[in-house]
Design a protein around this ligand. Structure first.
Ligand code: CUA
Length: 174
């Protein structure tokens, strides 16, 4: 849907731009003094600028309302999980969260940078954030289904990197 709108908008803008080029090309061939031609060019530039302003202000205003982020950032999370990466283990508390409710995971690192990656039962990466010492990255995610979700480290963090497994158990909500 969004892609079709993008194609449509690009086509319309492209045609408008071609129209402007055609008119400029035609007026370039017309006779007149240098001053008249310069004045006409200035008029064209001004008209094009204001045309674009009138076109883009509502477009940008509309597209800002369609951002994917605000709906979840205004909501209060049902559960807050603290996740910390250590060399070489994850500290995740609580490790049980409800399905179908917004979960906030605060991700940080104890020593070096780690990559906090959450995988579903079919080993698809569903959400991730960097676990950095001295900084907390926040993941806001609603687990769609109950199950055991694996947590792996996505960034090489030393010899034990590949041993950094943990899990989040997602339970059905009553
Ligand atoms: Cu922690 Cu790689």
């Amino acid at each position: 849907m969004e892609q079709r709108i993008a194609v449509l908008v690009s086509t319309v803008l492209g045609v408008l731009l071609l129209g402007v080029f055609a008119m400029v090309a035609r007026s370039a061939g017309s006779s007149g003094t240098a001053d008249e031609i310069a004045a006409s060019a200035t008029r064209w530039r001004r008209a094009t600028l204001w045309g674009l302003v009138v076109l883009f202000i509502p477009t940008i205003a509309y597209s800002l309302t369609r951002m994917p982020y605000p709906s979840s950032s205004r909501q209060t999370a049902a559960v807050v999980v603290q996740a910390k990466g250590h060399q070489w283990a994850w500290e995740v508390a609580p490790d049980t969260v409800p399905a179908g409710q917004l979960v906030e995971i605060r991700v940080t690192g104890a020593d070096v940078n780690h990559g906090f990656g959450v995988y579903d039962a079919s080993d698809r990466l569903i959400t991730q954030a960097q676990a950095m010492p001295g900084y907390t990255n926040v993941i806001r995610y609603t687990f769609p289904a109950p199950g055991t979700y694996r947590i792996l480290c996505l960034e090489y963090c030393g010899l034990g990197h590949h041993t950094m497994f943990s899990q989040l158990v997602v339970t059905a909500t009553r």
